[in-house]
Design a protein. Structure first.
Length: 158
C-alpha cells in the first residue's frame, strides 16, 4: 500500500477517534443533563446510562488502536504476519464486546420500562454495525491466516 494511503487511513482513524472522544466529553454529559430535566421520571438513569455509554467507548477505542497497528504493519511491510491476525481478532472481540454491552443495556432499560423507541433504534443500529464489523474482521482474519500459510508454503518450496 502506498504511504499516502496509509497516512490517509491513519488520519481518518484519528478523526473518527477525536470525534467520538469529543462527543463523549462534551455532548453526552449535556445530553444526559437535558434528558434528565426534560424527563424527570427517568433522571435516576442519567448516570448509569452515561457510564454504560462510556463503558462501550473503551472497546471502540481499543479497536481503533488495533486498526492503527494494522496500518503500521502494512507500512512496515509486515502485513502478512501473525501480528495482523491477532489485531484483527482483537477488533472482532471489541465489536462483540460492544454488542454485548448494548444488548445488556437495552435489556435493562426494557425491564425498567425506560427504552424509548428512538433509543432502541439507535441501539439496534450500533449493534448491527458492530455485528458487521465482527463478521468482517473474522472473515479477514481467516483470509489472512490462509494467506500466511500459503506464503510460508511457497517460501519452503523455493
Amino acid at each position: 500500500m502506498k504511504p499516502r494511503k496509509t497516512t490517509f487511513l491513519k488520519g481518518t482513524i484519528f478523526i473518527i477517534g477525536l470525534t467520538i472522544l469529543s462527543l463523549c466529553v462534551f455532548y453526552l454529559p449535556n445530553l444526559a443533563r437535558e434528558t434528565a430535566v426534560t424527563y424527570p421520571e427517568y433522571a435516576y438513569l442519567k448516570m448509569p446510562v452515561l457510564m454504560g455509554l462510556y463503558l462501550t467507548a473503551i472497546p471502540f477505542f481499543l479497536a481503533l488502536y488495533q486498526a492503527l497497528k494494522i496500518l503500521n504493519y502494512i507500512k512496515g511491510k509486515d502485513a502478512f504476519t501473525d501480528l495482523s491476525v491477532q489485531s484483527l481478532g482483537s477488533i472482532r472481540n471489541c465489536a462483540i464486546a460492544i454488542i454485548v454491552l448494548y444488548v445488556i443495556g437495552m435489556i435493562i432499560l426494557t425491564v425498567l420500562n425506560a427504552l424509548h423507541p428512538g433509543i432502541a433504534l439507535m441501539g439496534l443500529v450500533i449493534i448491527f454495525a458492530s455485528l458487521v464489523i465482527a463478521v468482517f474482521s473474522a472473515i479477514l482474519q481467516e483470509l489472512l491466516r490462509r494467506a500466511i500459510e500459503l506464503k510460508s508454503e511457497n517460501e519452503l518450496t523455493v
